[in-house]
Structures are given as C-alpha cells and as structure tokens.
Design a protein around this ligand. Sequence first.
Ligand code: DQA
Length: 140
Amino acid sequence: MNGPNLNKLGTREPEIYGTSTLADIERLVSERACSLGAEVRSFQANGEGELIDWLQNEQSAADGLIINAGAYTHYSIALRDAVAGCSMPAVEVHISNVYRREAFRHESLLSPVCTGTIVGLGVHGYELAVEALVQLLKKN
Ligand code: DQA
C-alpha cells in the first residue's frame, strides 16, 4: 500500500526517490512475490481515508501488509490505528533514508505498530519487504 505522492514516483524529486515509477515498483513486488509463491494486491491513494478504507476492506483477504505511507507516516494517528487494527504483520518501507533528512521525517507513527521497517534502500526495499513478510508468514 502506497500513500500520498507516491503515484508521482519517476518524476518526483528523482535525486531523492530515483527514477522508478510506481508501476515499476508494483511489477517488481508482484514478480518477487510470485517467485516466492505469494500474491500481492497493490493500492495507492493520496487520501488518508481512502487508504484506511482499502485496508479495512482488504484485511480479511490478506496475510500481511507492506506499507509506504509517505508523509502520513509522520503524523497520521488514524492510519496508525488502522494498521494496528488490521491484525497482520506489516512491513514499513521508505525509499529514502528518512533519518538523513529533515527532523520532521525522523518520527514514524507507524513503526511501533509494524513488525519491521526498511528505509533508505530505494525501491529494493520493497523487494526485501516481500521476502521478509513471506519468511515471517512461513514461520507463523
Ligand atoms: C517516503 C518518505 C516520506 O518522508 C515522504 O513524505 C514520502 C516518501 C519515502 O519513501 O522515502 O512521501 O515515505
């Protein structure tokens, strides 16, 4: 699940986020999941409510969550509550290393309710998140 402005990847601040588009990332994640015998449903929205609605609607069909909530990461209590309430393992991904950036990006309201967090590894972080999630789900 990808949050606000991530639909603009490819052209949005490429010096920070690289040149892969969201479609490239979704394809990468899907292919990696498929190679591990898993299936992925992708969703992006700019609105907090749309993200929460999607999560609530999908949660009964899903085993795990990969989430890059964009800027909502840093201030959305509502999204944090939705992730906490979806009762499945979640991996938080950030393309950029948020800890090397502005201070307001150093806090994540989501990290405490996620199983793990991957930051700063570019789009590769999404692939690593799929691998981690599949491993975690195998063990449980
Ligand atoms: C981001 C980091 C956030 O601080 C920012 O608001 C984003 C993208 C990342 O993937 O690096 O939109 O989540």
